[in-house]
Ligand binder design. Sequence first.
Ligand code: KG4
Ligand code: ZN
Length: 410
Amino acid sequence: MKTLTVLGIETSCDETATSIIRVDDEKQTFDILGNTVHSQIDIHASYGGVFPILAKREHQINIIPVLIQTLSQAGMYKTATSEQDEQKIPAESAEIDEILSKEPELLPFFKKFIQTTKKPDIDYISITVGPGLEPALWVGINFARALACAWNVPLVPCNHMEGHILTALIQKNKARAEATESSYKLLTKEVTYPALSLLISGGHTQIVLIKSLGSYNIIGDTRDDAIGECFDKVARTLGLAYPGGPKISKLAAEARATDITSPEPLPRPMIETDDLDFSFSGLKTAVLYLVKRLQKSQSNGLSEQEIKGISREVEDAVTEIITAKIRKAIEIYAIESIIVGGGVIANTNIRTHLEKLAEECSIKLLLPQFDHATDNGLMIALAGYVNRDKAVDFKTLQKAVGTLPLGPRI
Ligand code: KG4
Ligand code: ZN
């Protein structure tokens, strides 16, 4: 049995995350040996969004504890007890100093960690190089480079959005009869093509045509705000804390259960255009004007009822737009499978409507588990495994690319 162990590191936004997977290369099955996500949400909440410089600082402080937790879960955290165990990297390593010269807060933690920790049995380290916030991306990249240098392990540069696609392509092995069997299966060979991927997150709203895994063409994109950004901005207008998506989703469900509707209907921008593009800023602005009008006409601000009703209407509008565009894409490209990724697919209403659409069109729909929808290290460990033939050494790793595309726009 040929197994490969991959450590994935993700720091593109406000989650510091690592994961270790062990893949049975022949069977295409794998185990998640460790998976840790440290969210910075509380720190950014007061800014109403992610503050890049603060994110960079937090990643520097948290990345070592996050890695130690993941290594411990995997049973791979072993402190060096004898001289023999100690790392070859001396306390004064010019190479490590150079790699982490822009991460001054991480450097002392890193040196202590590397000198007191035994090298784990890892074949590859995979790291998000984009898209994302560049100051945040750099922390993960330089951390991964420093680890690769100290442990002499190849590095796999990964696209964050491909990671989101891959989290939908795994299936829990429910009938795991023996302890020796892996608990997940990689479905990369089961997908029928042409497939499309809907990527909906805080920074992206894209429809991607996939002719085969790794060959991506963007066929639809947002012209302004991303869908998650729309949820977050609308939430802010309604007085709800960042990140707004989960809160809007919860209030919308309550509104549906109790039959509360919005004081006014909201627009569905670009729902009927012939292309596969999106626009959400008009929806966000319509909410802003509606809230201003309501606030002007009543002295106590918005009622709970109004906030719930507007949340429901916003969620309905977004769901209808997405469903209409995916339906169009299925027809135009004779799509056989739909793969959905990104934090917004944690939204139950959107999931349910996509499930109905897939059933109606007899198309395979692949969704990530709820807890794998938002950013995590597992998605990057999977991307590292899939792209291991593109591994490089720490000296040649490409730089952070905030706007890294998944493929060309066609
Ligand atoms: O993929 P992700 O974790 O980070 C980015 O790469 O952007 O996505 C985060 C986004 C946020 O905008 C958040 O509000 C949204 O996903 N989100 C949701 C839900 N859970 C997270 N949006 C709608 N409904 C949800 N349940
Ligand atoms: Zn993401």
